[in-house]
Ligand binder design. Sequence first.
Ligand SMILES: Cc1cc2nc3c(=O)[nH]c(=O)nc-3n(C[C@H](O)[C@H](O)[C@H](O)COP(=O)(O)O)c2cc1C
Length: 324
Amino acid sequence: MKTAITEMFGIKHPIIQGGMHYVGFAEMAAAVSNAGGLGIITGLTQKTPADLANEIARCRDMTDKPFGVNLTFLPTVNAPDYPGYVRAIIEGGVKAVETAGNNPAQVLPFFKEAGVKVIHKCTSVRHALKAQSIGCDAVSVDGFECGGHPGEDDVPNFILLPRAADELEIPFVSSGGMADGRSLMASIALGASGMNMGTRFIATKEAPVHDNVKAAIVAASELDTRLVMRPLRNTERVMKNDAVEELLRIEKEMGDDLKFEDIIEQVAGVYPSIMMEGEMDKGAWSCGMVAGLINDIPTCQELIDRIMAEAEEIRQRMNAISQD
Ligand SMILES: Cc1cc2nc3c(=O)[nH]c(=O)nc-3n(C[C@H](O)[C@H](O)[C@H](O)COP(=O)(O)O)c2cc1C
């Protein structure tokens, strides 16, 4: 399948693995890229720009295919060393960057000059148009279903994607709720040039996370995620667990007075224990509703091959319908 996205990133299949905190290590990105998609290292999971440079080098040892780096702009007072991360990406020869969080205008000129393609992940048509206007090469349109931060508009992909298609001139991929060949063909039907997956890629053999995390995703249904931090306008879709129940109890109790400090125990610095040690009730961790569609733990190659085979089968079924 050749689309604007496969051409832009030099990949075989129009499938991207979204940046994921404490999941997007070199092993994850290389496995997706080796399987013909675009694997992405999560920049800020690396504590310093030097660590990111090292992770990029490790990934290059594991694949000769293109891979990218995610740079998330967090709403924090003590900003990470973004110029340092940008330098590590450019000097590491990476040619694809997924930006997310805030508008990437400040870093865009450096990437443009270095010939790095930028795909900005956003959750609304207005943010997608903004990304287009400042010169992003593509956008990843993240619907309400998505694991992580769905924004505050709550528009699901069956509306958001065709709305994006109606407004955008640059190519875009669907994101949020994508799992299989049906997702890919539906995305194409709704105007996307490919799809981005997060949660689905965690439940793969190569994902460098504890087996408990993969098992939790396989066991979960589409009813098992919760939205947290809505009162702070920093909504995150997470897997329900004991810590999330407690977090929601605190949110209810504090109402409009809720401050980040009230829930710090449930949300700050919990990823290493969850992803590395498999302590599943340690805190809130991002997970999409798509968990309901995930029932196995294939290799990335098996997953992507299966998606492309399903997509082809759907294409044939559609052709048969139109010929009747
Ligand atoms: C565990 C986890 C961690 C994530 N961390 C980040 C992150 O650090 N930066 C980011 O831009 N997106 C992050 N995301 C969002 C994904 O890149 C992707 O947009 C999202 O998972 C798509 O929805 P899906 O899970 O339904 O496929 C994360 C998602 C998950 C599940």
